[in-house]
Write a protein that binds this ligand. Structure first.
Ligand SMILES: O=C(O)c1cc(=O)[nH]c(=O)n1[C@@H]1O[C@H](COP(=O)(O)O)[C@@H](O)[C@H]1O
Length: 286
């Protein structure tokens, strides 16, 4: 039985909290890079993509809290890639993982409504437990997604302090009232999550690669921490970056686990190792 069936009335934040508490907080990204397909002995085509995803889901969907398919690697293959993405989402959810669709969508409100229909509305072929969104058009442009997520019990992760070095130019820019852009976004998330227990459904993306957070991360929502493994961050960075907010951190690893395929056993062992290391750093059961 999937987590959704178990926990149907609960909001994403509550379902995520439960998954983090029972499975540990690790999120594994499904990023079928051409280089990984080659390393796994697969062709860089739809058949290779499908086999790759089937293996990752078989290995991990019954044990990690969150699986995060990176939409770009599926879009490369056009409509058949999207069909593979739909199946990957469905199989992951059926096996009990929460699915965070990494699509980083963002647009004017009226178009955002269509993205909300695609990812956050029950019955849509790409319906996911949560989706990553870009607030570059202003936090208010995300309103249709916030509203749709509230109705369907799904969630959002808003890019705030991304793991790439180029992000700071925009995200650390100082606004008229003296706050950094990232802080404005975090403050808006705190408002959206106000009063939610045990955890709000609207999270922020905060890279584990940052030298320091330099922001108030207490948004009463989850903090997705990519950048671990291939981008150079590790368990030791989490306490430094997240400080008192470590209990809300969902550490995210893609290549750092995927490179231990193609066997199910290799992937499981790599995920377990990451979960142990990160869980220890976060002071959580894993
Ligand atoms: O939203 C994300 O997941 C994300 C945000 C961010 O700031 N940095 C970041 O790397 N990501 C994604 O996280 C994954 C990182 O992959 P690895 O570097 O292989 O672990 C990729 O799918 C990125 O698109």
């Amino acid at each position: 039985m999937s987590q959704e069936e178990h926990l149907a009335p609960f909001a994403f934040g509550a379902r995520l909290r439960q998954a983090m508490d029972t499975r540990g907080p690790l999120c594994v990204g499904i990023d079928p890079h051409p280089a990984l397909l080659a390393d796994w002995g697969l062709n860089d085509d739809v058949d290779g993509l499908v086999r790759f995803c089937r293996t990752v889901v078989e290995a991990l969907a019954d044990r990690v809290a969150v699986l995060k398919p990176q939409s770009a690697f599926f879009e490369r293959f056009g409509s058949r890639g999207i069909a593979a993405l739909e199946k990957t989402v469905a199989h992951s959810r059926d096996a009990g993982a929460l699915v965070l669709m990494d699509a980083k969508r963002g647009d004017i409100g009226s178009t955002m409504t269509a993205y909300a229909d695609a990812y956050l509305t029950k019955g849509s072929p790409l319906f996911s437990d949560a989706v990553t969104v870009s607030p570059f058009l202003g936090f208010g442009s995300l309103r249709p997604a916030l509203d749709a997520a509230r109705i369907s019990g799904s969630g959002l992760f808003v890019l705030a302090l991304t793991s790439n070095p180029e992000g700071a130019e925009v995200q650390r820019a100082v606004t008229d009232d003296g706050r950094q852009v990232a802080q404005v976004l975090l403050d808006r998330l705190r408002t959206e999550n106000a009063g939610e227990e045990p955890l709000g459904s609207f999270g922020a993306v905060v890279g584990a690669t940052l030298a320091e957070a330099g922001a108030d991360l207490a948004v009463n929502g989850p903090l997705l921490a990519p950048g671990i493994g291939a981008q150079g961050a590790g368990a030791a960075d989490l306490r430094r970056v997240f400080g008192g907010a470590v209990g809300q951190v969902v550490p995210s690893v893609s290549r750092g686990v995927l490179r231990y395929g193609p066997t199910v056993a290799g992937l499981r062992e790599a995920a377990r190792r990451q979960a142990d290391e990160l869980g220890e750093a976060l002071g959580q059961v894993s």
